[in-house]
Design a protein around this ligand. Structure first.
Ligand SMILES: Cc1cc2nc3c(=O)[nH]c(=O)nc-3n(C[C@H](O)[C@H](O)[C@H](O)COP(=O)(O)OP(=O)(O)OC[C@H]3O[C@@H](n4cnc5c(N)ncnc54)[C@H](O)[C@@H]3O)c2cc1C
Length: 266
C-alpha cells in the first residue's frame, strides 16, 4: 500500500468539512469495494474519510409512506430489519443474498449505490421501487441517479445520507447469482407501487448498467401474470458480454428472472 491518511467522521458536517480539506479525498463506508480497488492500484486517494460510524447515517425508519434507509446501514442490517421485513420484504430479502456474511456485515447501501456496479443488487431495487437518493445537498430520483455502469449523477464531493423508498403494494427480486462472486449474473425486481403502476428493473445484464424494462412493465400493467411476458425479450446486443455469459444468455436470463419475480409476488 502507498501512504494514505485516514479520518473517521462523527457527523455529516464533520465528514463534509474533512473531505473539503483533502487533496484527493474519498469517502469510505464498508470498504468492501474501495479497499480492494486501492489494493489493485485502481484508485489512489490521498485521504479516506470514514462515514461508516456516523450515527445519523445508520438505521432504518418510517417516514409517512416511505421507508428511509441511512446510507451507512449495512446489508445485514437491511436484511434483518423488522420494519423493512413488514413493509418492503422484497428489499430485505434482496439484502440477505448480497455476497457473503463478511460483505453483508461491512458493506453499506450507500457504498453500493455510489459504486453502481453493473452487477450489484440494490440499483435494481432503487429503480423498481422509485426510490430517492438523499445527499448532503439535494434529493435525486433513482431514474436520474444511475447514469452508466460505475457512473452516477453524484458529484465527486457529494455525500449520500439516505435512500428513501416509497412503500409499494408488493415487490419481489429474483437473482441468478454468479456461483463464484455471488454478484448478480441477472437480477430483476418487479414492483407494484402504491398508485398501482408497475416497474421492472434489471441489474447484471445491461451494458450500460441497471435499466428499466419498459416493455415488461406495459405487459404486466395489462395482466399481472408471468405469462404476460411470453414472447417479450430484451435486445441481446445491449447486454453485457464477458467470460461469465454471452449477451444472448443474459437476455434469456432476464426473461426467466422476470417471470420468477412475478410468480413470487404475493
Ligand atoms: C466478495 C464480494 C462479493 C460481493 N457480492 C455482491 C453481491 O452479490 N451483490 C452486490 O450488490 N454487491 C456485492 N458486493 C459489493 C458489496 O455490496 C459492497 O459492499 C458495495 O459495493 C460497496 O459498499 P461499501 O459500503 O463497502 O462501500 P466502499 O467500498 O466503502 O465505497 C464504495 C464507493 O462508495 C463511496 N461511498 C461510500 N459511502 C458513501 C456515501 N455515503 N456517500 C458518497 N460516497 C460514498 C466510496 O467513496 C467509494 O467510491 C460484493 C463485494 C465483495 C467483496
Amino acid at each position: 500500500m502507498y501512504d494514505v491518511s485516514y479520518r473517521r467522521a462523527g457527523t455529516v458536517p464533520g465528514a463534509v468539512e474533512t473531505f473539503s480539506q483533502g487533496d484527493d479525498p474519498k469517502y469510505v463506508a464498508g470498504g468492501q469495494t474501495l479497499i480492494p480497488t486501492m489494493k489493485a492500484r485502481l484508485a489512489a486517494p490521498s485521504e479516506l474519510v470514514d462515514v461508516s460510524r456516523i450515527e445519523d447515517l445508520i438505521g432504518i425508519c418510517e417516514d409517512g409512506d416511505r421507508v428511509i434507509v441511512g446510507a451507512s446501514t449495512t446489508h445485514a442490517a437491511v436484511h434483518a430489519d423488522p420494519l423493512l421485513g413488514r413493509l418492503i420484504p422484497g428489499l430485505a430479502a434482496l439484502a440477505g443474498n448480497i455476497g457473503d456474511p463478511m460483505v453483508r456485515h461491512r458493506g453499506t447501501m450507500g457504498g453500493s449505490v455510489v459504486n453502481n456496479d453493473p452487477s450489484a443488487d440494490y440499483p435494481a431495487a432503487l429503480l423498481a421501487l422509485g426510490a430517492t437518493v438523499r445527499t448532503d445537498r439535494r434529493d435525486v430520483a433513482a431514474d436520474d441517479f444511475f447514469v452508466d455502469m460505475f457512473e452516477t449523477d453524484l458529484e465527486e464531493d457529494e455525500l449520500i445520507t439516505a435512500i428513501a423508498f416509497p412503500v409499494p403494494k408488493r415487490a419481489t427480486y429474483a437473482k441468478f447469482p454468479n456461483p463464484a462472486s455471488r454478484y448478480a449474473m441477472v437480477g430483476v425486481m418487479v414492483a407494484e407501487l402504491a398508485d398501482g403502476s408497475i416497474r421492472v428493473a434489471v441489474t447484471g445484464a445491461g451494458s450500460s448498467g441497471v435499466f428499466r424494462w419498459r416493455e415488461a412493465e406495459t405487459a404486466l400493467a395489462a395482466t399481472m401474470d408471468a405469462a404476460a411476458l411470453d414472447g417479450l425479450s430484451v435486445d441481446a446486443d445491449e447486454m453485457l458480454e464477458d467470460l461469465h455469459g454471452s449477451g444472448e444468455y443474459r437476455a434469456h436470463l432476464v426473461g426467466v428472472m422476470a417471470k420468477r419475480a412475478v410468480n413470487a409476488l404475493s
